[in-house]
Design a protein around this ligand. Sequence first.
Ligand code: ADE
Length: 263
Amino acid sequence: MKKLLLLLLIVGFSLSASAQRIALMGALDQEIAILLDSMQGQKKVSRGGIDFYKGKLKGKKVVILKAGVGKVNSAYSTAVLTENFKISSLIFTGVAGGLDPEALPGDLVIGEKLVQYDFGKVDSLGFSVSPFRKLSGGAHDELFIDSDKDLLRISESAAQKVVFVPIANRQPKVFSGVIATGDIFVSSNEKAKWLYTEFEALATEMEGAAVAHICRTLDIPFIVIRSCSDNANNHARMNFNQFVGPASENSARLVLAILGQME
Ligand code: ADE
């Protein structure tokens, strides 16, 4: 009887482990297009108004979804995802505005830490950012949310083997560092400089820290991969339109390489 129970436990455990999937998210159609094209055995299911694509990539069970633009859409998508699927880890892929004066359109940033730069208070001294709050409201005084150390290591090593599409006639470089998230498309030299000096952020985008916040709350290992479509400066909109396609492709190429290296 004891042996039977043990066997049932082992079978149950391996079944639930095999039901787990790696979630791959992007905010825009372009950001997930290559992943969807490369997927095997694709099956679509819709939950909560979101289309989820189940299948395999690089031999791994994955689920791909479009998160939508901004913190609310991406937080909602992550919540629906985690309520409906067993997620072993999550990789967010897409484009960003580069902030480091060294980083040019095309360069990639692997998110070591994520920060919500527009969550805070305004008083007579101006705006100051606050650490994110736990659901319970308790103090969880992290301004920066760390991405998963193993995924970070794998991403950095995978990046060295990827052949990236050249952008603006140059081969992209890869950086690791802080990514700053807010509900703003930044197209301002001053704001870009502020994000770089205040948070040492290398890139800015509109979803990463919201997804990170939920993953942190639910203990799901995550990493955010971004490829700079622009420099968040006064020319950002024009550069974004020009480079969103190839930059999305490079970020997805890195995701495929990461999946290839994951156990
Ligand atoms: N995503 C791509 N470029 C961006 C920018 N400049 N600001 C916010 N999100 C972005």
